[in-house]
Ligand binder design. Structure first.
Ligand code: G1P
Length: 299
């Protein structure tokens, strides 16, 4: 499959219960880091990697995601009339020219593997990306997916983004066993969804970026419910690696788990401190807050 990926799948049908009550009406993918919703960070990363077809797997409660990527005629007109051209550019570039958004519904929440399978009619027979918008990956250089797309294009293999986690965290991730690991990549020999720490084959965890061969679709169709009673993408990848090469790739960048309170806070701090206009003021605010609240370093 030695060609560049063009299509990216964004599973956005989850309930986001960790962020209730906010997620009672706002999908978790629309929670912002500063002024951009989580989904925009993932979309920008996919576009930077060369994708021009974005497939959102949603459910009937996620109109806000579709509305967000739709053209906002009235708002555009008002901004134009008011001469607010910078803001006009911002909302126009939510989806740049030449990039199309396709929405597919996942009628029942049957798991991540099932969500990816829902995108099959749009993807067809070519390698594609999956991005989980909860995982935000910050990097000053090329984005994580762009790095992975390079590896996939060169090797013809499927590629999973991975990072090391502490052993007690293995039960929150897909965990891979890998052989012949060089500095950044190695061949996956097994993968298991959310193993208990004592059963995990390693501490190398899959995070929410995948480049997958279309062979994954028939394997997903044959996948029975696994961990948590859900159709797991991990289980189909486990079947895939008996047929084709799957690589684990240790990306350059820092990943924030924005599906948790602390992850979202950490990401907000990082993006604020790296923001060209907000950086100085944000660091002062943080220092003041620490001083006023008497928060001291636990060490
Ligand atoms: C999903 C995958 C898991 C992966 C994780 C990365 O789990 O099933 O294999 O390690 O994303 O964020 P979830 O976090 O949706 O439970």
């Amino acid at each position: 499959m030695n060609h560049r990926i063009r299509k990216a799948v964004f599973p956005v049908a989850g309930l986001g219960t960790r962020f209730l009550p906010a997620t009672k009406t706002v999908p978790k993918e629309m929670l912002p880091i500063i002024d951009r919703p989580l989904i925009q960070y993932a979309v920008d990363e996919a576009i930077e990697a060369g994708c021009d077809t974005l497939v959102f797997v949603t459910n009937r409660y996620k109109h806000a995601v579709a509305d967000y990527f739709d053209k906002a005629y009235e708002l555009e007109q008002k901004l134009e009339q008011a001469g607010k051209l910078e803001q006009l550019e911002l909302i126009r570039n939510v989806l740049p020219k030449g990039v199309r958004a396709v929405f597919v519904t996942q009628a029942e929440a049957l798991g991540l593997g099932h969500a990816v399978l829902c995108a099959k009619p749009v993807i067809g027979d070519e390698p594609f990306a999956v991005l989980l918008p909860d995982d935000v990956i910050w990097n000053r250089g090329p984005g994580a997916l762009s790095q992975m797309a390079d590896v996939a294009e060169r090797s013809g293999a499927s590629v999973l983004a991975t990072q090391s986690v502490s052993r007690e965290k293995t039960s929150s991730y897909g965990i891979v066993a890998v052989e012949s690991f060089d500095e950044r990549q190695g061949r996956v020999t097994s993968i298991v969804e959310k193993p208990a720490p004592e059963e995990a084959p390693s501490t190398l965890a899959v995070v929410g970026r995948y480049v997958l061969s279309p062979r994954i679709f028939p394997l997903l169709e044959a996948t029975r419910p696994g961990a948590g009673g859900e159709i797991q993408l991990t289980d189909a990848i486990s079947a895939l690696l008996t047929e084709q090469e799957v690589l684990a790739y240790r990306f350059r960048g820092t990943r924030f788990d924005c599906g948790t309170h602390l992850g979202l806070i950490e990401a907000t701090i990082r993006y604020a401190l790296d923001h060209e206009k907000l950086s100085e003021a944000a660091s002062r605010l943080m220092q003041n807050a620490l001083d006023e609240l008497g928060v001291v370093d636990a060490d």
